[in-house]
Design a protein around this ligand. Sequence first.
Ligand code: TXA
Ligand code: MG
Length: 354
Amino acid sequence: MDTKILQVKPENVTPQELRDAGEILRRGGLVAFPTETVYGLGGDAMDAGAAAKIYEAKGRPSDNPLIVHIADMDGLENLAKEIPDVARKFAKAFWPGPLTMIFKKREEVPEGTTGGLDTVGVRMPEHPVALALIRSAGRYIAAPSANASGRPSPTLAEHVKEDLDGRIDMIIDGGAVGIGLESTIVDVTGDVPLILRPGCITAQMLEKVGGRVETDAAILAQTPQKNVVAKAPGMKYRHYAPRGEMTIVEGETPAVVHKIIELVEEKRRQMPEAKVAVVASGETRGKYPPEILVVEAGSREKEGDIAAHLYAVLRDLDTMDVQFIYAESFSTDTMGQAIMNRMRKAAGYRILRV
Ligand code: TXA
Ligand code: MG
């Protein structure tokens, strides 16, 4: 299959420009598109055949449900069987935006889209291209992140091309995404809303709007726990994995830098041929001796900077064929929990504390 690339300027995208993309979706084809979190791989959510194509293109296990993207509140009424009051409050406060809510699904939503579950994840994205595409197609769009399964989520159209070229009908290139990590997921089917995946919308932000919120124990765990299974099916897979072996060093920054230098030198002595790299912040990169390869993930002081660059850094490490990665921990800004959740998984929970 020949994958078309469509360049658009998000600030002034027109329905006209997205006419072909909308047509592809109505025919049951696949279109990758930018959202404010990461690029999504879209197909018609009400068409089980389109969902099957998404799983195939990504090489994703089909028990892992897809998030359905809508452009207005009518969409939610048509997908969810019940809409609890707290969900209406969250929608009012955070939609369009990086929040996915899990509802009991209506009959009409195919199980092919929901991984066989009787619930459906719904999100109204805050990106002009995503919203225009949903409207142009006149469909609700099921879209997982547009990476090959097991690779870091794409934050640029080039990342989508790397993973899915020739496997999907179209990639809409709207430039770099803003946030860089996937949406917060909150399950609103129970008595108390339950966070299944941390993101840019934090528990505190949700609590301000809707009262008490809980967080899935599998997320809070520093290591994978026996008998604690993540409630979002996708969270149980080893995601976001660079090909190299990654170790995270946590602690006070000067001690972390000192320990990482020690670890790199030790690895060099044991395996002089191996390619080793350090993931550091803008503030610490100058603290490593020049013979150590340092990749910068962004500034700790600029809110959101590290989140925005993390996945691109993980991809770069693969491109450079790095075999051993030592990463600082970045838990300072409000996205700290979301960042460290992704990094711990990428590291397969290989974490040292100093
Ligand atoms: O920011 C995002 O959410 C991006 C953009 C494209 O919108 N999408 C995204 O989709 O991250 P994906 O498929 O990579 O991650 C979806 C996660 C998976 O962990 C999945 O298990 C969970 O959402 N999920 C979806 N529907 C669910 C449901 N009904 N119950 C529990 N978890 C669900
Ligand atoms: Mg994903």
